[in-house]
Each structure stands twice: as C-alpha cells, then as structure tokens.
Design a protein around this ligand. Structure first.
Ligand code: TMP
Ligand code: MG
Length: 322
C-alpha cells in the first residue's frame, strides 16, 4: 500500500536499492568473460560464510606449477620446477634432450581429457620416476640451484606477490602442495621475496650427500594424481592448519582437488581451477569439478578479489579500531 503514496515511493525505492547494493556480492572480477561457474549461488553462499567467519578461520591450499606460476609469458611456456632443473648448468646435453622427450611424451597424457585419473596414474609414476632417476644420475649440485632459478624464466602470476603479502599480513596460513621439486619451489618464492613465515610446503624434496650432491629424493613420491595420499600422510603439517576450517583451494589440474583431503575439520571449501591448456576439451570436466574456473587467465586477480572479500570484515575491524 505504501507504494501507492507518491511521496513515500521514491525514498522506499532508494532505501531498497541501497540495501541491495550493500548485500549483493560486489566482486567485479567474477563477472569477467574468462570466469565460469557452474553454480554461482553456491560460490556466493560459500564466500559469505567465509567472510562471516573471517581471516582467522581461513587457510589457503594451493598447487604451485602453472597455478602460482604462469602457464605462459611473452608467448613462451614458463618452466615448471622440474623444467628449471633442465639446465646445462646442472645436467649434460643428452639429459636435457631426454627430459624434453619425457615431457613431450607424458605431459599430453597428464592433461588428456579422454583419460580418467586412474588411467593416468601409472604413466605419471613412470614420468616422475624416470626424471628423478635421471636427475640423480646427473649428480646435481645443491650450490648451483639458486643460479639455475635466477637464470630461468620462472615467473609468478601477475598479482601473486600481493596475494602472498595479504595472506602474511592477515596471518592466513598458505599451504603450497606441489608435485614439483620443493628445493626449487622454495628458491623461486625466496627470489620473489614472498617466502613469508605463514608459508608451508608439501613437495618432493631432494636429499643431498655431505658434499652437496643429489643422491635421492626424500619420502613418498608426489605426482599430479596422488595428492590425496600425500595430504593424508602429511597429517602433522596439516594438523597445524586444523584451526582454520575454511579453505580456499587453487589448482590447475583435477588432481589438485584432493589437496584439502587432509583437512578433517573443513567447513567451507571454495575451489578455483586455472584452465590453462586444452581449454575446450577440458572445460566441462573443470566446470563439474571446480567451483570457479578461470579460462586462460595469467593473473591472480580473481583469487586476490576473493581474498579481499573474505578478509574485508577484518580490514574494516582494523580501521574501526584505529
Ligand atoms: P605441481 O603439482 O606444482 O603443478 O607440479 C607438477 C607439474 O610438473 C605437473 O603439471 C607436471 C610437471 N612436470 C614437468 O613439467 N616436468 C617433469 O619432468 C615432471 C616430472 C613434471
Ligand atoms: Mg600445477
């Protein structure tokens, strides 16, 4: 009835419009054409629940290669941590050719949309085992690795430093869960000045002898499709993160979705998948598996926007207290 009184109609409409502005998700990054969501309402509900719980309840679990690092930069593929080791400084000419051949054989299997993870698994074990054996035979020197990283074209996604810095500032733990090489991964983030105290890493670490020569890889092998087993066996690392029941998960492979399987107390999980390669072929399976899918997006704009949204209540709290 009030709407029939002209002088009251405009103010009520204004109030309703303001209320709508205040309550709807204001994340312009999520409206980009490169962003796809199977169920937008689920994404919004999860983000609101996470925002309500605040930064103190949040942890981020992220893959490394082609998730925190770019897929391509200036028209060239960005090297993964394994491929950074494919350097004449560390291994001989025959081995650099061999490593490239192995990549050309097994990477297409890793991303093949027509094979399921169980079918891919034996090939992944084969790939990682062959490469690790080759690296051990080449007697890689620990003291040459920092130089190999400096000389490589490894590059973090645009906005990645801001992402790391914001997590450190808000004391949100970041678990980097990578089937790459941990020693190289650490060097990449150290050289980018983002190896903050809130960063935890699960990866394949090298074991050097007393002269600094690679003699083995430590612990159970982690490849793209056994991250669930890795998550469960690294319970101790994950126990430190048990106080944070809300998880923002970032990955570029369906295998990355199991990275949060060790978080037994998880309440809300929001998953973001970077779809870098074989985009048309893999779009459907990514959309069925990740909450948000980013198509050929080389930036951290969307994870940064989500993070800002989740911690925004903490930021306004800090401003109110000042
Ligand atoms: P991620 O878990 O951090 O993404 O690291 C695994 C990636 O490393 C996966 O996409 C395959 C890639 N990889 C190489 O690029 N070269 C190699 O020799 C091996 C074994 C893996
Ligand atoms: Mg990856």
């Amino acid at each position: 009835m009030v709407f029939h009184i002209p002088w009251i109609y405009t103010p009520v409409r204004t109030i309703l419009a303001i209320w709508h502005q205040l309550t709807k998700t204001e994340i312009p990054e999520l409206t980009r054409v490169s962003v796809m969501m199977r169920e937008r309402s689920r994404v919004e509900d999860t983000m609101y629940a996470m925002q309500k719980a605040g930064a103190g309840s949040l942890q981020v679990i992220s893959d490394f290669d082609m998730t925190l690092t770019k897929f391509a930069h200036k028209g060239k593929r960005v090297p993964t941590t394994h491929n950074i080791l494919n350097n004449k400084l560390l291994i001989d000419d025959d081995s650099t050719v061999k490593m490239k051949e192995l990549f050309n054989t097994y990477y297409p299997i890793e991303i093949d949309a027509s094979l399921n993870p169980e079918e891919k698994l034996p090939y992944m074990v084969e790939w990682w085992t062959k490469v690790h054996d080759l690296l051990i035979q080449q007697r890689i020197r620990k003291d040459e690795m920092a130089r190999a990283v400096r000389e490589s074209n490894a590059v973090l996604r645009e906005g990645c430093s801001a992402f790391f810095d914001c997590l450190a500032e808000q004391r949100v733990p970041l678990l980097i869960f990578s089937a790459g090489v941990g020693d190289i991964l650490e060097e990449v983030i150290r050289q980018n000045h983002v190896f903050h105290p809130n960063v935890h890493i699960i990866s394949n670490y090298m074991d050097f002898d007393h002269t600094g020569v690679l003699q083995a890889f430590k612990g159970q092998l982690i490849h793209s499709y056994n991250k669930r087993a890795g998550a469960l066996s690294h319970g101790a690392t994950l126990r430190e993160l048990h106080g944070q029941p809300n998880v923002l998960l970032l990955g570029d492979s369906l295998g990355d979705l199991s990275m949060a399987d060790g978080v037994s107390t998880a309440q809300n999980i929001l998953t973001v998948g970077f779809l870098n390669d074989q985009v048309e072929e893999r779009k459907e399976s990514f959309l069925n598996s990740f909450d948000i899918v980013l198509l050929r997006d080389e930036t951290m704009d969307v994870p940064n926007a989500i993070l800002r949204f989740i911690v925004s209540s903490e930021i306004s709290k800090v401003h109110r207290e000042k």
